[in-house]
Every structure is written in structure tokens, then in C-alpha cells.
Design a protein around this ligand. Structure first.
Ligand SMILES: Cc1ncc(C[n+]2csc(CCOP(=O)(O)OP(=O)(O)O)c2C)c(N)n1
Ligand SMILES: *[C@@H]1O[C@H](CO)[C@@H](O)[C@H](O)[C@H]1NC(C)=O
Ligand SMILES: *[C@@H]1O[C@H](CO)[C@@H](O)[C@H](O)[C@H]1NC(C)=O
Ligand SMILES: *[C@@H]1O[C@H](CO)[C@@H](O)[C@H](O)[C@H]1NC(C)=O
Ligand SMILES: *[C@@H]1O[C@H](CO)[C@@H](O)[C@H](O)[C@H]1NC(C)=O
Ligand SMILES: [Mg+2]
Length: 564
């Protein structure tokens, strides 16, 4: 049996289903062996997208997918994706071909210290040094990517291993490991300390983070806990959909107000990193107490004091808390509820007011309105990427189910869009056939992964991409203003500008999809309706929006230091 067969068989035996990659020396045979083993092989156009697709698939299916790439630059193109997966706690296994071992240090083709390059971005890295070690290392890679906090792993596969052979009987047989990590719960006295603090709070707030999406019963138990206790809550961006946005005590529209005034915050699988402003004033109340449930002890006391740290699985810990609560519930008739609702309603009205406008070019909120309406009677998996495009998307596109929203995440990565869409479309095809995939991207964000439209077309997948095209990063110039610039454009053209009114719709058509160029709400609605009828190819709706359409005026931006 040869190395290519042994490694793909080991992956198959451990339950891997999908391989995304770009082939070349020395892993063409590995790709072929993967197909021969019955693994689904998806050939991407760039390793960056392949790595993003693999990690999105890992998150959606809750088992790692593989990203298979060539030596040197192939592996280096995955580093951003691997880092992203680790920062975002998503599982992915990267397998990189490398130059033959007997050429080490001699200037072999695409020779590079790949293991060292991958190490800082991964939970576990190893070079495969013998055919017999492959089943152990593959099992360890799966375990490392999934157990505890999920993340990226890297296996280095030298070219000489791929092609060498041995007797099948000499290959060790290792156990297939369960894909669910073992779970733990905190001791009861800690649970009761947490409940005591919750009961004493005058202005409590629960924050649901994406950790709750990973725990097996995280979503169900979060819903039960919030329904039982009636506490006001909001999601982090990655936590959207774990509990439906339509849940009555969701105060996300009053986010800034709620964070600033809460006297107790209960963090459920949410980290106190930049997304929650490190838990510090002025965004948080200085006296605010913190209860936190997390899988990783190092997250407690991060940036500010944790008053009660609950170390354990989120679903199981919340199940215990709900049980220990008995019939206690937060009494909603009070000023905190009233203040939160008032603030929420005011913000909802401001957003509605902007979304109700119809003058062209449309502002972001207005462009989102028909999209949001289109989603109302559908089950949609949304991929959302950009700056304004993504932030406003978090407000305008409702999340009602867990794992139905993929965005640039904790790492703020542009370039994930079409790779995520590719994985999402395959996931829906294989696991959730009634779910549609919708991508909403800024024009800059789209450019990072646009070529994967060809991949999506090649596999006949019905992904609908909507581009909110404002001619640039955050904002751009009007067509006439950009045309009238004369002189050295490297000096004159604003650094935020991209080409004006680019025909991304035609690009999609040239790659095997269907495209529309639109400007008004009715045109958006009609294009979405027509896209509904395209069953086996990508569609792209290019919306020319206002080049200076800003977000609604807000006190607090996501990034505190920059107004971007
Ligand atoms: C890999 C990477 N490169 C660069 C950036 C910096 N950046 C942040 S948002 C953004 C693009 C925003 O423009 P667009 O996608 O058009 O959305 P808009 O705000 O215009 O709606 C860029 C390039 C990043 N976050 N990630
Ligand atoms: C990385 O993974 C996260 C998960 O949040 C995903 O949402 C994000 O878009 C990806 N990109 C990065 C690096 O953030
Ligand atoms: C809730 O609080 C209000 C106002 O203080 C009070 O009138 C009401 O009796 C309380 N309800 C319960 C169930 O304790
Ligand atoms: C509610 O708002 C009022 C008016 O701004 C303020 O005086 C009061 O302290 C607030 N109460 C709570 C519990 O937030
Ligand atoms: C927006 O339009 C809807 C439907 O016409 C209307 O019900 C709503 O009151 C409007 N909202 C605002 C703030 O104007
Ligand atoms: Mg833009």
C-alpha cells in the first residue's frame, strides 16, 4: 500500500468526509487516492479559499474537513486560514506536501520550513516520517482539532512518503475516536454562587457567544435557560442564531446601552476580547460583575476580574443551572427592562427609517431591506463579509437558527466569503437540502475570493451572491468624480477607492453563473426572485449603492480606536 492510500484511508476511517485543495507536486496522488477512498474532493482556485472552505465545513458539520495543498507557497497560502480557524475555534486539518526528505537543506523544489511556518497558527503540527506512523498521526490530528477548544492542525507529508509502499499488514490499526470531545461541568457550589449573583443583580445581561454554538446541547440549553429565567440577553456576532433574534428578551438593538449600564454580565461562551471591548470602561460599567462559563480556564480573569468562573461544557453547565434555578425567574417589571426596551425601540426606529428610504443610489439599510424580506419565508445560510456591509448585515439580516451565519469573525478576515460559500453550498446539498446559501459581500471583500465563483459553477452549486458595491473599502468615489481625475493616480486616487461601477455581474456570467446589475429596491426583489429559479449555478446581484452611504450615527464602533 502506498503513502497516498494509507493517509486517505486513515482519514476516511476516522470519519473525514470532505477534502478541499489545490493539487500539484507532490500531492496529486493524494487527491486521487482521496477520491478512490470515497472522500469528496473539491478542487479550489487558491489555497486561501480552500482552507476557509475546509474550516467552514468543519464548523457546519462539527467534524474536521481537510485542506490538501502543495509544498512551499501552497502551505504558506493556508497560514491565514489556519490562524483564522484557531482564533475562531473552528476545526480544520491541513495536509501539506513537502519536498523529499533526502533533499532537506539542499534547495529542493519549493523547499520551505513548513512545520515551523504552521506552528504558530495551529494547536498541533507534525511531520510524517514513516508509513506506519500515519494512522496514529491522523487520529491525533482529528483529536487535536476537535477536543477541548477546536482549532487548526497541520500534518506535513514529504513527497518521498507519498509514493513509497509497504505491506498492508504492517500498518497499525488504530481506534476510530468519537467526534465529540468528552465534557465536564463545574461543581454545584459554583453553580449556586453564580445563581446567587444573578438573583442579586439589578441590571443583569446575558451575552451568548459562539462557544455556545459548538457545545452539543449549547443552543438548546441556552434557549431553555433564557426562556426560564427571562433575563435580557444579546448575542456576539458569532453567537447570532444560537437563540433566535426574534426571542422576546433579545436586547441586541440596545447593545451599547446594555453593555454600558449592566451591573452583572453573564458570558456564555463569549470571550472578553476586542469584540466586547475587553470588558472595560467606558463600554462596560466599572462596577460590573462577571459570571462566565467557558471550556478553557485561561479565559477567566482575562482583562477584568471574573466573579464566578464556571469551567465546563456550555450545554451541560446551563442544564445544571436551569435545574438549580427551580422556578426562579427575573422579575421583568422594573426600570432596567423599561430602559432597555426604550433604547431598543428607539434604535429599531432609526434603522427602519433608513431602511424605508428608497432614493437611489440606495443606502446600505435600504439595500438590505428587500434582501431581509426575501429571507423571511426561507431557511437561509448567510455568508456576510465586508466592513459596513458586514456590520449592517448583522443588524438587518435576522438569525433564527444556530450555525446559519458565517462572517469575518474574531479575526476580521477579508477573503473568507466565496470559500465559505462553497463549503456552505456543499453542506446544504448533503445535509440540509431545503437551506439556501446567500452571500452578501462588499465589493472589496468579494475581490479577495471572487475566482471561486468558477469553482462553485464547476460543481453546479446554487449560491446567490449579492454585492453591495460602493466603489471601495468603506466608501468610494462617484463614477464621474473618479473619471475626472487627471494626473498620477497613485498620488490622487483615495486609498479607499476601487474601480467604479465594476461589472461583477458580468464576471459571474463569464465564469458560468448568471448576473444582474441593479439599483433600486424593486430590481433587487426581482433579481432575487429570478435567482430562486437558478437551481444549478451561482448567481450574482451587483447592487450599485451610494458611495458615501455611512452607517447610522453611533456612539460606539466595533473598533474603539479607529472610526472604521
Ligand atoms: C485579510 C484582510 N485584508 C485587509 C483587511 C482590511 N479591511 C477591512 S474591511 C475591508 C474591506 C471593506 O470594503 P468592502 O468589502 O467593500 O465593504 P464596505 O465597507 O465598502 O461595505 C478591508 C480591505 C482585512 N480586514 N482583512
Ligand atoms: C475564521 O474563522 C472564523 C470563525 O469566526 C470565521 O467566522 C472567520 O470568518 C474566519 N476568518 C477569520 C480568520 O476570522
Ligand atoms: C415584580 O415586581 C413588581 C414591581 O416591583 C411587583 O409589583 C410584582 O409583584 C413582582 N412580581 C413578582 C412575581 O414578584
Ligand atoms: C433608567 O433610566 C432612568 C432615566 O435615564 C435612570 O434615571 C434610571 O437610573 C435607569 N434605571 C435603570 C435600572 O437602569
Ligand atoms: C417603515 O415602513 C413600514 C412599512 O411601510 C412602516 O410600517 C414603518 O412604520 C416605517 N417605519 C418608519 C420608522 O418610518
Ligand atoms: Mg465597498
Amino acid at each position: 500500500m502506498d503513502g497516498a492510500t494509507i493517509i486517505t484511508k486513515a482519514l476516511k476511517d476516522q470519519g473525514v468526509e470532505y477534502v478541499f485543495g489545490v493539487v500539484g507536486f507532490p500531492i496529486i496522488e493524494v487527491g486521487m487516492a482521496a477520491q478512490a477512498q470515497g472522500l469528496k474532493f473539491v478542487a479550489c482556485r487558491n489555497e486561501q479559499s480552500a482552507c476557509y472552505a475546509a474550516q467552514a465545513m468543519g464548523y457546519l458539520t462539527r467534524k474536521p474537513a481537510v485542506c490538501l495543498v502543495v509544498s512551499g507557497p501552497g502551505v504558506l497560502h493556508t497560514i491565514g486560514g489556519l490562524a483564522n480557524a484557531t482564533v475562531n475555534c473552528w476545526p480544520v486539518i491541513c495536509i501539506g506536501g513537502s519536498s523529499d526528505k533526502d533533499q532537506d537543506g539542499r534547495g529542493g523544489f519549493q523547499e520551505w520550513p513548513q512545520v515551523e511556518s504552521a506552528r504558530t497558527s495551529c494547536k498541533f503540527v507534525a511531520q510524517i516520517s514513516s508509513l506506519q506512523s500515519i494512522p496514529y498521526l491522523v487520529q491525533k490530528a482529528i483529536r487535536s482539532s476537535l477536543y477541548g477548544r477546536p482549532g487548526a492542525v497541520y500534518l506535513d507529508l514529504p513527497g518521498n512518503i507519498v509514493l513509497s509502499t509497504c505491506e498492508e499488514s504492517t500498518i497499525p490499526v488504530v481506534d476510530k475516536i468519537p467526534l465529540w470531545s468528552p465534557v465536564s461541568v463545574p461543581p454545584l457550589p459554583f453553580i449556586n454562587d453564580a445563581l446567587t449573583l444573578l438573583k442579586q443583580a439589578k441590571r443583569p445581561l446575558v451575552i451568548i457567544g459562539k462557544g455556545a454554538a459548538w457545545s452539543e446541547r449549547g443552543s438548546l440549553m441556552s434557549q431553555q435557560f433564557l426562556t426560564r429565567t427571562q433575563l435580557p440577553w444579546l448575542p456576539t456576532p458569532g453567537g447570532k442564531g444560537i437563540v433566535s433574534d426574534t426571542h422576546p428578551n433579545n436586547v441586541n438593538a440596545a447593545r451599547s446601552f446594555a453593555l454600558r449600564n449592566a451591573d452583572l454580565v453573564f458570558l456564555i461562551g463569549a470571550r472578553l476580547n476586542w469584540m466586547l471591548h475587553f470588558g472595560l470602561p467606558p463600554r462596560f460599567n466599572k462596577e460590573c460583575k462577571i459570571i462566565q462559563v467557558d471550556l478553557v480556564a485561561e479565559e477567566f480573569h482575562q482583562n477584568i476580574k471574573t466573579d464566578v468562573g464556571l469551567l465546563g461544557d456550555i450545554g451541560e453547565t446551563l442544564a445544571l443551572m436551569t435545574r438549580e434555578c427551580g422556578d426562579w425567574a427575573w422579575n421583568k417589571s422594573n426600570e432596567w427592562t423599561k430602559n432597555l426596551s426604550e433604547n431598543r425601540d428607539k434604535n429599531v426606529r432609526t434603522v427602519e427609517d433608513m431602511a424605508n428610504q428608497s432614493e437611489t443610489p440606495l443606502n446600505y439599510f435600504a439595500a438590505y431591506q428587500p434582501i431581509s424580506k426575501w429571507m423571511e419565508d426561507k431557511d437561509v445560510l448567510v455568508v456576510n463579509e465586508g466592513a459596513n456591509t458586514m456590520d449592517i448585515g448583522r443588524t438587518m439580516l435576522k438569525s433564527v437558527l444556530p450555525r446559519r451565519r458565517l462572517d469575518a469573525g474574531t479575526f476580521g478576515t477579508m477573503g473568507v466569503g466565496q470559500g465559505y460559500a462553497l463549503a456552505a453550498a456543499l453542506y446544504c446539498r448533503d445535509y440540509s437540502p431545503k437551506t439556501r446559501v446567500l452571500v452578501v459581500q462588499g465589493d472589496s471583500a468579494f475581490g479577495f475570493s471572487a475566482m471561486e465563483i468558477e469553482t462553485i459553477a464547476r460543481y453546479r452549486l446554487p449560491v446567490t451572491t449579492v454585492i453591495l458595491n460602493n466603489n471601495g473599502i468603506y466608501r468610494g468615489l462617484k463614477h464621474e468624480d473618479q473619471q475626472s481625475l487627471e494626473g498620477d493616480l497613485t498620488q490622487l486616487l483615495p486609498v479607499l477607492s476601487l474601480s467604479t461601477e465594476c461589472r461583477y455581474d458580468k464576471m459571474a456570467e463569464s465564469l458560468g453563473g448568471k448576473g444582474w446589475l441593479v439599483r433600486t429596491k424593486d430590481e433587487i426583489t426581482n433579481a432575487l426572485k429570478e435567482a430562486d429559479n437558478e437551481k444549478g449555478r451561482p448567481t450574482l446581484i451587483n447592487i450599485l449603492i451610494a458611495t458615501d452611504a455611512e452607517r447610522k450615527p453611533q456612539k460606539d464602533h466595533w473598533l474603539t480606536r479607529s472610526n472604521q
